[in-house]
Design a protein around this ligand. Structure first.
Ligand code: GDP
Length: 386
């Protein structure tokens, strides 16, 4: 899956930075392209792996490189004013063999929250490739303004993107850690999932053969329709060949061992589906799903994958479940990713909408009251001009 990843704002930039680090460590030869966009100079300077030439600072004349704080409307305005610069920079990096765009942003802040929908709108107008966003939702403890920003950004993104994959910070805060302290670990979780999704359609390592190959068009077909998606993920340590075929097990038939392999794959997929999702949601409300399993080739199993597919078909609202694997020797783990596309029942999204509504009413109420009070300071005999 050849993504053009755009990290917008601080969270977006940091996630992109870790994604690039991960790709470098893997020695990946995928032709993924990227760009980090921000209004805050220090955030861009803080990145370690995004090459300097792939970082752009916008809004310099307005905010002088200091960022927009939590003013997502200003974030959107700056992105709109400088959209040509962003689009030209994307175009210069080449887009002819891309599969999709992926805009990554924290939806509760200012730059990414406001800028991501503006960029999505223009990418959609200019290119025929699908445009996806990976949006990070604020945790409830971050307050109502963050919720209002996230709700506004979500509503705007949903107008333009082909899919909005959500990651809820609130559901991922790590035990005994503050949200801020959890960011690095949360970002690792996000990157693991995007990296595996990016494997779909990627050339397989030399000498390896996939049991059931998933290509990028299957990811695109799963994500079509413009809804909200959530991702499940689980891993298990692959047992060494020695242990699996030890003398102790010699008496067991090859069939039993094969059955066990199939069972392991299908239970890993169940664990991914029923465990912590990037956006907690009702699995039954998903329209489509995609299963991707990666790991050492001797641990992948077509029968197991087919079993998992049948099981998942029964769990989701729709009937379309795609499944495939990606053999790799670069890991000791077997990982299963379950992409639940177009979910309609996600309590956090509902809650955010409600919180945002209250915040909006609160802001409008106080603004109105303040204006009335200020007017009362003036003598009523003074006639207004208009
Ligand atoms: P921006 O720079 O104005 O776009 O603002 P941020 O990207 O900092 O967005 C603020 C939101 O993103 C808040 O809800 C934060 O909790 C969240 N956030 C900030 N940094 C990170 C990060 O590194 N990882 C994650 N997962 N969330 C982050």
């Amino acid at each position: 899956m050849r993504f053009f990843v755009i990290g917008f704002g601080q969270a977006g930039g940091k996630i992109l930075d870790m994604f690039i680090e991960n790709e470098k460590m893997r020695g990946s030869n995928t032709k993924i392209r990227w760009l980090a966009v921000n209004t805050a100079r220090t955030d861009l300077i803080g990145l370690k792996h995004v090459p300097m030439k792939d970082r752009i600072l916008i809004g310099q004349t307005v905010v002088k490189g200091h960022g927009v704080g939590t003013d997502s409307k200003l974030g959107a305005k700056i992105a709109q004013d400088e959209i040509e610069t962003i689009l030209n920079t994307i175009d210069e990096r080449g887009t002819y063999d891309l599969d999709a765009f992926l805009i990554v942003a924290g939806l509760g802040g200012g730059t990414g929250s406001g800028g991501a929908p503006v960029l999505a709108k223009h990418l959609k107008e200019m290119y025929s490739e699908p445009v996806y966003a990976l949006g990070v939702l604020p945790a409830p403890e971050e307050g109502k303004l963050y919720s209002l920003n996230a709700a506004r950004s979500m509503v705007s993104l949903l107008k333009y993107v082909d899919n909005l994959i959500l990651f809820d910070n609130g559901a991922w805060k790590f035990e005994g850690m503050s949200l801020r302290e959890s960011f690095a670990k949360i970002n690792e979780e996000i990157v693991r999932r995007i990296a595996l999704l990016a494997r779909a359609g990627e050339p397989i390592e030399e000498g390896l053969v996939g049991e059931m190959v998933v290509d990028s068009s299957e990811v695109i077909n799963t994500l079509r329709g413009g809804g909200i998606s959530s991702i499940g993920y689980a891993t298990s340590l692959a047992e060494s060949e020695k242990k699996r075929f030890s003398l102790f097990r010699k008496k067991e038939s090859l069939e039993t061992i094969e059955d066990e392999k199939a069972m392991k794959i299908s239970s890993l997929v169940r664990r991914a589906t029923l465990g912590r999702l990037t956006l907690p949601c009702n699995v039954n409300s998903a329209e489509r799903a995609l299963i991707l399993v990666a790991g050492p080739p001797e641990h992948l199993d077509r029968k197991g994958l087919e079993k998992a597919k049948v099981w998942l078909e029964e769990q989701i609202a729709g009937v379309e479940v795609r499944a495939g694997d990606y053999p790799t020797r670069r890991t000791k783990y077997v990982a299963a990713l379950v992409l639940l596309a177009n979910v309609t029942d996600a309590p956090r999204v509902k809650e955010l909408q409600q919180l945002a509504l209250e915040a909006k009413e609160g802001i409008e109420f106080t603004e109105k009251k303040r204006a009335e009070k200020t007017l009362q300071l003036f003598d009523e005999d003074i006639e207004p001009l208009v």
